[in-house]
Structure formats: C-alpha cells, structure tokens
Design a protein around this ligand. Structure first.
Ligand code: ATP
Length: 438
C-alpha cells in the first residue's frame, strides 16, 4: 500500500521556497532521503539518495529553493511542510555580508594584504532571546560563506547552549566547509575558554574577562591571515537579553568590534540596539548596522527541562562521541599529580559586618586552590593550558575530564577522559558544572 517504500516511510513533495520541518522524539530516530530536486538543511545541500540518520531530540528542516521530493522513514514527533520561511531574508543578509567579504579581499590584494581595517571582513553578531533561532542562523550564514570557499570564524558566547564545546564554555573555531546536518561543525582545534557555569550571573566579571581574551586571540589570528580576516566572523550571542544579559551583549559588541548586529525575533531588543548605535561610527569611519530579521516559525521552543537535557547530552557527546562511537578512558591519579583551581568570587562579607554605607567587595576573579574531596565527584574539570596558576585566568583549555570517584583514604582521583594517555597538563579548572553518567 506504500508503493514499495518502507512501511513507516512518508514522501513529501515540497514546492519552491518551502520546507519540511521535523522533530525526532527523544527515544526515537528518523531517516531523511532526498528523492528528487535540490534541497538543503540549514544551508548545507544534501545529496540525492543519501540517507541522513537523525537521533532522538533532533529538530531540523529540509528547505528547497526550487522544489524537491523528500522521504522520511521513522516516527517523527512532529512533521509538516511550511511555505512561509524567513529564508529569503537570510539569503539577502548573506549577500550583504558576501559583498563586504569581496571588498575586503579586493582591498587586501591592492595593498599587499596589510592588516588595515578596510581588509576586515564583516564581524556579525546574532542576537535575540532564547529560542529565536540564533544558532541556526549562524549555521546558515557560515555554511553559505563556506560554500563559496571562505573560511569564516564562528564565535560562540552562549554558555548555556553553545555549539562548539560543552556547556559552560565560550569558544571559537574556523569553519571551512558546510556544516554537516548530522555531525554539526567539524572542528580541528577550537579555541575554548572554560567559564565553568551555565549562567553568566554566576561570575559576570570572569565572563567579561574571557570574552576579552577570546577577542584578543581572534584579533591575533586575523592580523596574521588575510584569508581569515577577509572572511570575517559570525558570533552567536547568548539568549539572555535583559539587564545584565543586555550589558554583556553591549560588551561583546564593543569587544569584538562588531559592525553588523542581526536581531532576530524581538522588536524591543531591536529598537533598544538601534537607538544605542544609531549614527555611531568608529574612528575608522565604519558603522554599526543593526538589522532586524524575522524568527522562523520552525524554531522549536525548548522548556528548561529540554535545555537541561540538551546540556547533558552535549557533555555525553563530548566524552562518548555524537553516535556513541568514542570509548572514553578511565584513569586514576594520585592527589599529588593534579592541581585543581576554581575561579570565583571570594566569600562576600555579610553587609551586617561592614560599616554603615560600605559595600561588600568580593574579588570576583580570584583564583583559589581547591583541596580534593568527595565534593568533586561528578565534577567536569577543564584541563588548562596555563603554565602556572597565575596564568589560569588568561588561558584556554585543552579539553575536559569528569571525576567518577574520589578516594580520600588512598588519596586517588578517578576520572574519565575522551582519549587515552596522560593529562596534557596537571592544572585543572573546576566550576559548578557537574555530569552524572547514566
Ligand atoms: P538558544 O538561545 O537557546 O541557544 P537559539 O535561538 O540559538 O536558542 P536554535 O538553537 O537555532 O535557537 O533553534 C532551536 C531549535 O529549533 C533547534 O533544535 C533547531 O534545530 C530547531 N529549528 C530551528 N529552525 C528550525 C526550522 N526551520 N524547522 C525545524 N526546526 C528548526
């Protein structure tokens, strides 16, 4: 009865400029196959006949500019065709960025590649509340650029739902090919800073410091390569856009010397940012353009439980691989072999203990040594590149381990790492990030 297709498969005919939106249930899976026409998933073209296997909890859309036939096998939680999408405005945005990359490259070839401002490609930040589709727009814009041969940089400032590393980090990576619809970004050696918490309000000064560190590394990378500089950067902001969240957003715009601000899905934020930057020019004459974009109706709202679940699975993916194809290694070291530090505010003096009118000042970015105890069981620790404890604040991390057991009698700590061999450094960073293996 199903015309020779597998029993649980369904075929969708997509008109031009429409998309098929799917959500996979947490305990299910789904296979997508393009039968006819040309289609893309978040910017990446998919090949006819190729089977794409989506896993539990995935949400995606197959979009076509000219029309396509798509087969879905499995039991989606949700699947429907939508003919209203913001893709035209997204591709127009891409075209504006593309023109700026082109003129940066032309300027580079004229003055021999000197690191002048005119050879800087667009630095774009994507802002909007949670669940507005920021990460998805990042993928689309970076993929469109990569499809034309550029090597733009992705910077992810979203410590809650980042795309580069585990939760609690801010990071950057070069994107030199379309983002894989299943595996996501392919990363050679991303630059990762371990903030250690999933909310910036835990330690805003540390967050600011790490954003500044990341930005200065990016400046160095751009100064050293016209290819990277001309391609520019796409920066994913976090979804918290009120009060402190808004302040941190302005801080990021200044720190990364952003020239294009794309606001999705919130009129109020757009008007706030446009009045903030209206008529502003930098010393070199460049403007800050604030552009409003529509949110896609396909972006799925994720409740706190779903977000928590996504965070947990990001950590699992780090240790076990996206398809569970890595086999992590358990290792035991003696307490003396590792040095664990925490970057945090010192305890604040209770205001009752202070003279009237005095403010309690905690040193917000104090690095303190942590004595190893059972409290560290299940903690996710960053392996710092720092050569000494003084450098911890300004150093990025090589990777992560999680602590499975602390034996205070034997004074040993057992941990799991994604790859075998000794730790690349014995200076480890702790935050509030925990992970329990199920
Ligand atoms: P956050 O601020 O929480 O990180 P966000 O604004 O970055 O959220 P996205 O991660 O881009 O939002 O989108 C939320 C979810 O919706 C993702 O799972 C994404 O794959 C899905 N999604 C986005 N666009 C579509 C679409 N057109 N059709 C189906 N699913 C979509």
């Amino acid at each position: 009865a199903n015309n020779g297709f597998p029993a649980d498969s369904k075929v969708y005919k997509l008109e031009k400029e429409s998309e098929l939106r799917c959500e996979v249930p947490w305990d299910g899976q789904l296979t997508v196959k393009l039968l006819e026409g040309v289609a893309e998933i978040f910017g990446t073209e998919i090949a006819q006949g190729q089977e794409l296997h989506y896993r539990g909890g995935d949400k995606f859309a197959v979009f076509t500019w000219y029309g396509a036939t798509v087969e879905i096998t499995g039991q989606p939680e949700v699947s429907y065709v939508a003919d209203e999408t913001p893709m035209v405005s997204y591709v127009n945005t891409h075209a504006v960025l593309e023109a700026r990359r082109q003129s940066a490259r032309e300027a580079s070839s004229v003055d021999g590649g000197a690191a002048g401002e005119e050879t800087q490609g667009p630095r774009t930040i994507i802002v909007g509340p949670t669940d507005s589709g920021k990460s998805t727009l990042c993928k689309i814009l970076l993929t469109y650029a990569a499809r034309l041969g550029w090597k733009p940089t992705l910077v992810d400032l979203d410590i809650g739902q980042g795309q580069i590393s585990i939760p609690g980090t801010i990071a950057a990576t070069l994107v030199d090919k379309p983002v894989d619809p299943i595996e996501g970004y392919e990363m050679e050696s991303p630059l990762v800073y371990f903030y250690g918490h999933v909310s910036p309000s835990e330690n805003p000064d540390l967050y600011r410091t790490q954003v500044e560190q990341l930005a200065s590394m990016l400046e160095r990378r751009f100064a050293g390569s016209a290819e990277y500089r001309n391609a520019g950067a796409v920066i994913n902001a976090m979804g918290w856009v009120e009060s402190l969240g808004y302040e941190l957003l302005l801080h990021a715009i200044e720190t990364f010397r952003i020239d294009v601000v794309l606001v999705i899905g919130q009129e109020r934020l757009f008007s706030q940012l446009s009045s903030q930057f209206h008529g502003r020019t930098r010393p070199d004459g460049s403007r800050i353009d604030v552009v409003k974009l529509n949110k896609s109706g396909g972006v799925v709202n994720r409740n706190p439980k779903h977000r928590q679940r996504t965070r947990t699975s990001r950590v699992r993916e780090y240790f076990y691989g996206i398809a569970g194809d890595l086999s992590p290694h358990a290792m035991t070291v003696s307490f003396a072999d590792v040095q664990i530090y925490r970057i945090g505010g010192g305890p604040k003096a209770p205001s009752s203990a202070l003279p009237v009118g005095a403010q309690s000042h905690a040193d917000p970015i104090k690095v303190t040594h942590v004595s190893i105890s059972k409290d560290l069981t299940h903690a996710v620790l960053g392996i710092s590149y720092a050569a000494s404890a003084e450098q911890l604040l300004s150093s990025n991390v090589a990777g992560f381990i999680y602590v499975t057991e602390v034996d205070t009698m034997k004074r040993t700590l057992t941990y799991v790492a994604p790859s075998p061999g000794p730790l690349p450094n014995n200076l480890l960073l702790a935050g509030s990030l925990m992970w329990v293996e199920h």
